[in-house]
Design a protein around this ligand. Structure first.
Ligand code: SF4
Length: 423
């Protein structure tokens, strides 16, 4: 089944269990990540008279508190899968372990349907692991798999053992995500628009969401209000890819409402902001709204990489954007800037030059290592050099791709770049 919508639409008075699986990876950071699509679908099913429950294997294994409502999940070392065998780094299972997961499942009434989500393509190990346990505890219950992995690697996702895989977009018909399924969540999530009007050669935004659309201001504010009813939230993260498009009609009215109603909440933009739109007025709005974490999309000052990045910001525009944010009240250390590394054919000199440029302006550098995402034009380019990408999503992992898979940047040089960016 490629489209689960007609099947789910028929469900009524059913017990539905949603699952966000554990993550198997070299590293995991909570960038205010919640399974947004799954939460919308659970809310929609609940609105249609079903009972819904959620097991979030990451959230339920919260361990050390981090800044702004985030937690690092518990982890345990695990054996590396074969494609990573020669990589000299530890590999981890982040989230509920086997015993905890099984005990959570056994504590529930048998569901009628299980919905499982998966984010990164190279996190499929956690999905397969969940399905194996679900089959043992709840034999015969249909398991439906969706999420970004299923969308981008549908053939591979069919190997998961799920009964059905959602391979296309799913219409969102709920007014808000079912965040109340979390007990005392520390942060909320907000997506004010779907997709992105730009077309960067390495990004899947317009594959996953081909049309850019913005939600109504009242809808966005109502959704925040609903989430804040929990009383436990101190922070909200924007999930938008293009938050600042059409600022006058969209972003500014949202900011005005936030200032009036939610001034006690801190906001964050973990996805990069389009820096060319950061004029004085926009920077002031961002500051007054209480956006505490700012990430800026620069990617590179190298003209070749800028072309691959939709030429979305020039050196001059970036410099002006930084100046405007500083004038609005931010400090240099607040301004973290994404610099891309490891694109096919990208020169190390160009990466160094970009890091030096950002540092000269006093902003912080965050190196974003390239991940070849199926369906993008740079993935197709990467595929020529590494044909195995087509069969093995573990090879898409940005932590290892540029140094160990494509060998675009030797590991020592990548480490030097990271050290240089932190100095
Ligand atoms: S601007 Fe950002 S979200 Fe939009 S296509 Fe480019 S990388 Fe993707």
């Amino acid at each position: 089944m490629a489209d689960l919508y007609p099947y789910l639409k028929e469900l009524e008075n059913k017990k539905i269990l949603g699952i966000n699986p554990p993550v198997f990876d070299f590293a995991y950071f909570d960038l205010w990540a919640k399974p947004l699509g799954l939460l919308y679908i659970l809310q929609w099913l609940r609105d249609r008279g079903n009972q819904v429950k959620l097991i979030d294997c990451i959230y339920e294994a919260r361990d050390r508190a981090k800044t702004f409502g985030r937690y690092a999940p518990r982890r345990r070392k695990m054996e590396k899968p074969a494609p990573y065998r020669d990589i000299p780094r530890n590999y981890w299972h982040f989230g509920l372990n086997e015993e905890e997961f099984i005990s959570r499942l056994e504590g529930l009434e048998k569901p009628d349907v299980i919905l499982l989500t998966a984010t990164m393509t190279y996190w499929y190990g956690g999905v397969f692991w969940c399905i194996e346990h679900l089959r043992r505890v709840f034999p015969g219950v249909p398991i439906l798999l969706g999420g970004i992995y299923a969308r981008l690697c549908p053939d591979h996702a069919l190997l998961s053992g799920a009964d059905h895989v959602q391979t296309g977009p799913f219409p969102i018909e709920a007014p808000y995500p079912a965040m109340d399924l979390y007990k005392d969540p520390e942060y909320g999530i907000s997506i004010t628009s779907w997709g992105c009007p730009m077309r960067c050669d390495y990004c899947a935004s317009n594959i996953l969401c081909p049309t850019f659309s913005q939600r109504g201001v009242d809808e966005v504010v109502g959704e925040m209000e609903f989430q804040l009813l929990s009383g436990s939230m101190t922070d909200i993260a924007f999930y938008d890819d293009a938050l600042l498009v059409n600022r006058d009609e969209h972003f500014y009215p949202i900011c005005e409402q936030i200032e009036k109603r939610f001034s006690h909440i801190r906001f964050h933009t973990p996805n990069g902001l389009h820096v060319r739109r950061l004029d004085e007025k926009c920077s002031e709005y961002i500051y007054r709204t209480g956006i505490r974490t700012i990430r800026l999309s620069l990617e590179s000052v190298d003209p070749e990489v800028q072309k691959e990045s939709s030429s979305k910001v020039s050196r001059h525009q970036y410099q002006r954007g930084v100046e405007n944010l500083l004038k609005a009240g931010y400090h240099h250390e607040d301004l973290e800037t994404y610099v891309l590394a490891g694109l096919p054919g990208q020169s190390v000199e160009g990466i160094k030059e970009t890091i030096a440029f950002v540092k000269d302006l006093g902003a912080r550098v965050r190196i974003a290592q390239f991940s070849p995402i199926p369906g993008t034009s740079l993935y197709n380019q990467a595929l020529k050099k590494v044909p195995a990408l087509a069969e093995e999503p573990l090879l898409h992992n940005n932590t290892v791709y540029s140094s160990w898979v494509s060998k675009e940047i030797p590991p020592e040089e990548l480490q030097d770049l990271k050290d240089f960016s932190r100095q």
